[in-house]
Each structure stands twice: as structure tokens, then as C-alpha cells.
Design a protein. Sequence first.
Length: 194
Amino acid sequence: MTPLLAKLLHGLCMVAWWVIRRPFERKTKRNVLARDAMDLREKALLSVSFAGLGLIPFAYIATGFPAALDQAFSAPRAWAGLLLFGAALALFRATHKALGRNWSVTLAVREEHSLVTSGVYRFVRHPMYTAFWLWAIAQALTLQNWFAGPAGIIGFGTLYLLRVGREEALMRETFGPAWDDYAARTPRVVPFLR
């Protein structure tokens, strides 16, 4: 494993993320929204997360900038990051599959929206957030640069901290006691951790 190979493989994982998501984006565009919470705050949070997990690592992979902030390269650390990214992609795919037509990139409720509590949703309420956390940690391990590596943790962490409460309030408003029962028995992001 070399730094260049680690960057290229990380880039391929980023492409795989898009390949997984794209069919679901096309399918859900046809579904009518009952409620959409896309506002300036949501757009800003999505932009910050996209910068940290997409733009900054892509720019680093493509240009090597800022090379002055590169860390001493560790092949085992890069392999660990790539394995973690693989786990993130598998979870990401399972999450999309479980959600089906209920999926949305924004905080939205669709007509005929149902509360999904099966599949990976048996273990955590927000497995997609779990997948993004795994990706962000993988990025810090694989892209061994003091700027590009932690950009995912900072970018996605900002979205998560400022969005998850709002998302849960939307679910509570939409599903009422069914959501409360589900939330009471299912951890938020980390299985078996309350």
C-alpha cells in the first residue's frame, strides 16, 4: 500500500457511494412529498457535510493539496480505513434497501410514508448516519493529511449534531406513539449503546 494507492482506493469508494445512491434518487423523485423541511439551514448543513466528505477529499486526491499537511504514511492505517469504508458502503446499501421509497436526502415525509423498523433499522434508528460516521472515520485513516483526513468528521459531524434532533422531532410528529416506542427500544446510531 502506498499513499497514492490509498488515495485512489478511497476515491473509488466515494464513486461506489454515488453508484449505490443514484438508483434510489431516481426512484424517490416520483414520490409526492407530504412535508419537506428543506430550508436554508438544511441546505447549509448538507453543503458543509458534502464539503467535508466530498469536495475536500476529492481535491486532495486529485491535486495532493495541501501536501505540507501530509502525515507520515502508515499502510496498516490506510488498510484499516479502506476496510471501514467497505463496511460503511455495505451498511449504506442496506439502509437504502430497507428504506425503499421512504428514502430522502433531506428531511422529508412522503405520501404513504411508513416507519421502517426492520432490516438494519432493528439495530439502530439512524443506520445511514452510522454509515456516514464510518465513512468519516475511514477518511481520517485513509487520507493521511491533517486537512483532508479529518474534514469528513468535521463536515458530517456538524450536519449530524445540528440535524438529528430535528429529524427525530419530524418522525415523532409523523408517527407519534409508534416512533416513541421504536425510539425507546432502539439505540440512535451505535448498536447496543444507549
